[in-house]
Design a protein around this ligand. Structure first.
Ligand SMILES: NC(=O)c1ccc[n+]([C@@H]2O[C@H](COP(=O)([O-])OP(=O)(O)OC[C@H]3O[C@@H](n4cnc5c(N)ncnc54)[C@H](OP(=O)(O)O)[C@@H]3O)[C@@H](O)[C@H]2O)c1
Length: 343
């Protein structure tokens, strides 16, 4: 049994972490740390947890108690203030933000417009794409939890890159996110009156998730032109990514499907679908649903996830399960599952 600190537990991903920690049989106790919300009662902030969790006070992130594991769910840049000391103290840390995802200090400073103050940890962290099973988590106490768009995009592209990287002429991902992807801080463009019935592209050619995706794809031998465009969808939750790949020559459909099946044969949270997934099938769950369509030399891959669960807190819990040697599905498998068509 372990004790857990949730730093940034008052935010959107923090709230999901509270739910998962409360359900987890290996977690003895968990404590929530906030910034502006410190001193408030948890149930003031989240009345929906009444009769489910204790109405403790939210503690200040400036005074951390002793825990075995810390989840960090803070805006980018803030984790730099906590992670180095926690790691020096021998603690395990899972950071949901972007501060430790990139391997290169220069890349981080370019894309995040901020100096990295603990670059030595960039080399030793594990990039925790939990459904990519070949990783050894014993080498580090720091897991950089992937971003939501990279999770949906990488899970849909890694099997292809792993076996057919040399066959890829270009890859282009068009991705859509619900508004909770931006966290709880109010922004005019996220108001219902702006979003209702509306779709818009944003951060074109400058989204911070692009170098994160490319970093991982490059490790799998992908070295072709790649474009990544992001859109806001008028829903609260969900990521939908459609990637078009132009191939140099035809690859039989069955070879590609066989590759995806074997790549994910031990991945309980990746579901290969015979038709393009719908957001509804995955929202509220830790699943990533993927469909592959190949015709002539064009391959179109669609993938769908819940940005707050598979794209953040669910994957963080999965990473915790792997880090501590527990069954990776613990407290996750049946979470949020609704009746969906069994294709
Ligand atoms: N939302 C997603 O879908 C998603 C997906 C993947 C990864 N992430 C990443 O996860 C992290 C948390 O995202 P979120 O959506 O949960 O954000 P959020 O809803 O905005 O919550 C942010 C949390 O950080 C605290 N905080 C805010 N400003 C702070 C500051 N200046 N110093 C210290 N603490 C501060 C807040 O505390 P108070 O409320 O007490 O002020 C709150 O607990 C981010 O790095 C984000 O990029 C988010």
């Amino acid at each position: 049994m372990i004790s857990v600190g949730i730093i940034g537990g008052s935010g959107y991903t923090g709230k999901k972490l509270i739910e998962f920690c409360n359900l987890h049989p290996e977690i003895d106790d968990f404590k929530i740390y906030g910034n502006s919300s410190s001193g408030r009662k948890i149930l003031d902030l989240f009345p929906e947890f009444s009769n489910i969790i204790h109405n403790d006070e939210i503690a200040s992130i400036d005074y951390l108690s002793n825990h075995d594991l810390y989840f960090i769910a803070l805006p980018h840049g803030e984790a730099l203030n906590y992670v180095p000391q926690l790691i020096a103290d021998g603690k395990k840390v899972i950071d949901l933000g972007g501060d430790y995802r990139l391997d290169s200090q220069a890349e981080y400073e370019t894309w995040y417009s901020k100096k990295h103050t603990s670059p030595q940890l960039l080399a030793t962290k594990i990039y925790g794409l939990a459904d990519y099973q070949a990783q050894d988590y014993s080498a580090s106490n720091l897991i950089a939890n992937p971003g939501c768009y990279p999770t949906a995009t990488l899970l849909s592209l890694l099997p292809l890159a792993d076996s057919f990287a040399d066959e890829i002429l270009t890859a282009s991902t068009v991705a859509y996110s619900g508004t909770s992807g931006a966290g709880k801080t109010p922004k005019q463009e996220l108001l219902l009156s702006e979003m209702d019935g509306n779709v818009s592209a944003y951060n074109l050619n400058k989204h911070r998730h692009q170098p994160e995706i490319l970093q991982m794809l490059n490790k799998f031998g992908f070295d072709s032109p790649f474009s990544f465009s992001t859109h806001l969808l008028p829903v609260a939750v969900g990521i939908y990514a459609t990637t078009s790949v132009h191939l140099k020559s035809e690859i039989p459909n069955e070879d590609i499907i066989a590759k995806y099946k074997s790549f994910y044969s031990n991945s309980p949270f990746v579901r290969l679908r015979e038709v393009p997934p719908q957001l509804n099938w995955v929202v509220g769950t830790n699943f990533c649903d993927i469909n592959i369509s190949v015709k002539n030399k064009v391959m179109i891959i669609t993938s769908a996830i819940d940005n707050l669960v598979k794209g953040a807190s669910g994957q963080a819990i999965q990473n915790m399960n792997i880090l501590f040697g527990w069954n990776e599905t613990t407290s996750l498998l049946n979470y949020g599952v609704k009746n969906v068509p069994a294709y």
